[in-house]
Design a protein around this ligand. Sequence first.
Ligand code: GLY
Length: 412
Amino acid sequence: MKICKLPLRGLIKIETMKRYYLLNLVLAVFLITGCSGEEKLESVIDNALEFSEKQCLLMAEKYAAQDSILPRSFENGENTTSSSRWWTSGFYPGSLWYLYENNKNPEILKYAKLYTDRVEREKYTTDNHDVGFMLYCSFGNGLRLTDDKHYEKVLVTGANSLATRYRSDIGLIRSWDHNKDRWQYPVIIDNIMNLELLLWAYNYTGDRKFKEIAVSHADKTMEHHYRPDYSSYHVVSYDTISGLPHLKQTHQGFSDESMWSRGQAWGLYGYTYLYRELKDERYLQQAQNIADLLIHHPNMPEDYIPYWDYNAPDIPNTNRDASAGCLMASALIELSDYVDKDRAKEYMTVVEKQIRALASPEYTAKLGENGCFILKHSTGAYPFESEVDVPLTYADYYYLEALTRLKKKLNR
Ligand code: GLY
């Protein structure tokens, strides 16, 4: 048989080269992915942060010249914005601070300061509870990273404004002033997030009133917002004479008895940081109970990014809420530091799935698209058909917080 035209030595050389290239390819894949074949988590985080910085810079440039404008969402092909009055005003500046924390880019710092300043007038807000969100995400992160003394003053003024909404006979901060004919004294689960500003103010000023308000609000919320299975109502309204709940309802969820996803995540995040700040074991237990409920919920999807309500009737044919997934991821990373090894491992397995999903093209937008927001698929207020399946500033904020926390944890 005469098949081989090349001399045998030439053939051996080609085979050796092929093997050499193949080996190099396998080595390169191994270096990027580890032995699992998946991209390494460290590399997922770095790429996500690198992309987020570029995307957020595009957003920063978009509104830099429009004094007092803050990004809000992107609907029907158009960006929506708000003034500092809207409850989400502090999240975009906060996102810039997280990006600055990860990569000390002076351009990001410039914009973080510019957009943070736009929220300052909210330090006088006394007509709603959102002053905590507005100021602590913007000025709070700014202070943490720059030690700017002016930021301290803004935060103390803001904490005093928030404290005016507390009634000692009821023991809670009033969330909203609207719908007075329906709710006597409405408190929403989201309000648990605003206590972090008060606890900062207590540590900074030493004024015990801030701590007393925070503890009372946290305890009453645990008592009256939570059902025996550790799911939470959205709105609890208190009778102003008896100081006891007269209504337990929803506002943004599917029904009064359902589990509105972001509300569950606010609670998880809230009791986690309350434990960090106050070292009260009851808060740690509460956070663990909520985490267990959410992680093992039969309607939790495989990527652990919840549907907008755990009891939405059309699951799985309904919308997700990426913001609830981001909040949950960020909270679980922190909570994993406070629990036993097995629980911590379980929480971090969930977090890894969430982060990989969020960083994938399924949730992460392309550069310059999605109104220059990082993430797609959040839900603001489904029952009002408002901000459904859109990007939201708070999804991006808690995503960046989760990436930052995870990066630090992996580097420890
Ligand atoms: N705090 C309002 C919301 O979560 O939609």
